[in-house]
Design a protein around this ligand. Structure first.
Ligand SMILES: *Cc1c(COP(=O)(O)O)cnc(C)c1O
Length: 223
C-alpha cells in the first residue's frame, strides 16, 4: 500500500465518521478515530503519522514495546491505546507504554493496577471492556456483572474509569450491542464509548461512540 493510499483511507474514514455523527445529530468532534496499527510495521504506521494522525491502538504489549518508543521519539503527541487483553503480569510494562488501557476486564487486573499505583506509578486512563455478546472465548466483563465490577472500580479500588469498550460478535447485527454498551455507560455516568471497527464504525458513530477503532479500512488487510 502506498503513502497516498493510507492517507486517502484515513481521510475517507474520518469523513465517514463525521458524516454519520452529523446525520445522527451528534457533534462529529466527539467521535475520535483510533487507528489500529497492530501487525503493521513501523514504516507503514509512519505513513499514517505523516498525515498528522496521532491516535493509535495496538492489541499486544510486546508488539507495542518493539514499535512505539521509536515512533514516539520521532512523532511527538502520539496517544497510544491498548485494545487487546492484558495479562496482569504485563501490567507494569503496559502502563509505561500506553496512554489508555481499553481492556480492563477482571478483578485480578484491577488489583495489579492498584498495586502499581500504590508504588507511586501513574496509571493510564482506563476503559472497562464489556463482553456484550456473552461469548465464552471473548474477554470482557459480562453485561450482568458490569454494574458490580464498575462499582468495585469506583469504591473498593478507587480506579477512575473513563468509559466502556466492546467488540460485538462478528456474525451479529452490532447495533443492539452498541446500544447496550451505551445504556451501561449512562447508568454509571461514563462519557467514553469505544465501539465500532472497520465493518461497523459508521453504525457505532451514529449510536454514540466517542472512539471508533479502525484497522483494516486504513492499513489494509493484515498479513
Ligand atoms: C483488530 C482490532 C480492531 C480493528 O479491527 P478492523 O476490523 O481491522 O478494523 C478493533 N478493535 C480491537 C479490539 C481489535 O483487536
Amino acid at each position: 500500500m502506498t503513502t497516498t493510499t493510507i492517507a486517502e483511507n484515513l481521510a475517507e474514514v474520518k469523513a465517514r465518521i463525521a458524516a454519520e455523527a452529523t446525520a445522527a445529530g451528534r457533534d462529529p468532534a466527539r467521535v475520535r478515530l483510533v487507528a489500529v496499527s497492530k501487525t503493521h510495521p513501523a514504516e507503514v504506521v509512519e505513513q499514517a503519522l505523516a498525515t498528522g494522525h496521532r491516535l493509535f491502538g495496538e492489541n499486544r504489549v510486546q508488539e507495542a514495546a518493539a514499535k512505539w518508543p521509536g515512533l514516539r521519539a520521532r512523532y511527538p503527541g502520539v496517544e497510544l491505546h491498548l485494545i487487546g487483553p492484558l495479562q496482569s503480569n504485563k501490567a507494569r510494562e503496559a502502563i509505561a507504554l500506553f496512554d489508555v488501557i481499553q481492556s480492563l476486564d477482571r478483578p485480578k487486573l484491577a488489583e495489579a493496577l492498584v498495586r502499581l499505583r500504590d508504588e507511586g506509578l501513574s496509571l493510564p486512563r482506563l476503559l472497562v471492556q464489556v463482553n456484550t455478546g456473552c461469548e465464552p472465548q471473548k474477554a470482557g466483563v459480562l453485561p450482568a456483572e458490569a454494574d458490580a465490577f464498575l462499582a468495585r472500580c469506583a469504591g473498593e479500588w478507587n480506579l477512575p474509569v473513563a468509559g466502556l469498550m466492546c467488540i460485538p460478535p462478528v456474525e451479529q447485527e452490532p447495533s443492539p450491542h452498541f446500544a447496550l454498551l451505551r445504556t451501561i455507560a449512562e447508568r454509571h455516568g461514563l462519557s467514553e464509548l469505544s465501539m465500532g471497527m472497520s465493518d461497523d464504525y459508521p453504525v457505532a458513530a451514529a449510536f454514540g461512540a466517542t472512539m471508533v477503532r479502525v484497522g483494516s479500512a486504513i492499513f489494509g488487510v493484515r498479513g
